[in-house]
Design a protein around this ligand. Structure first.
Ligand SMILES: [Zn+2]
Length: 89
C-alpha cells in the first residue's frame, strides 16, 4: 500500500517560529536621563523589585549595567533606612 505519510516537522521547529518577536528593552533610568539613582525615591525603586522585595535582574527590567549597579546599591541603602523591605512574607 502506497500510503504516503506526511513527515511531521520536529515540534521544536514550530516552537522556534512561534517565539514572540524580540522587543528591545530600554533602561528607564537612561530614558529619564538619571545620573544618580536616588535611594530616597522608594516609589521608583519599588518598580525594580519583585513582589517579594527582591531586586529584579537586568534581563527582566532591561536596566543597563551602569544603572543596575547604582540601583542595587540604592535599593540596599533604602532597605537599611527602612524605605523598602528586605523581604515580603
Ligand atoms: Zn541606564
Amino acid at each position: 500500500m502506497g500510503k504516503v505519510m506526511e513527515r511531521r516537522r520536529h515540534p521544536t521547529d514550530e516552537a522556534l517560529e512561534k517565539k514572540k518577536p524580540f522587543r528591545k528593552k530600554v533602561c528607564k533610568f537612561c530614558l529619564d536621563r538619571v545620573e544618580r539613582v536616588d535611594y530616597r525615591d522608594a516609589l521608583r525603586l519599588a518598580k525594580f523589585t519583585s513582589e517579594r522585595g527582591k531586586i529584579l535582574p537586568r534581563r527582566v527590567s532591561g536596566t543597563c549595567a551602569h544603572h543596575q549597579r547604582q540601583l542595587s546599591k540604592a535599593i540596599k541603602r533604602a532597605r537599611v533606612i527602612a524605605l523598602s523591605p528586605f523581604s515580603a512574607t
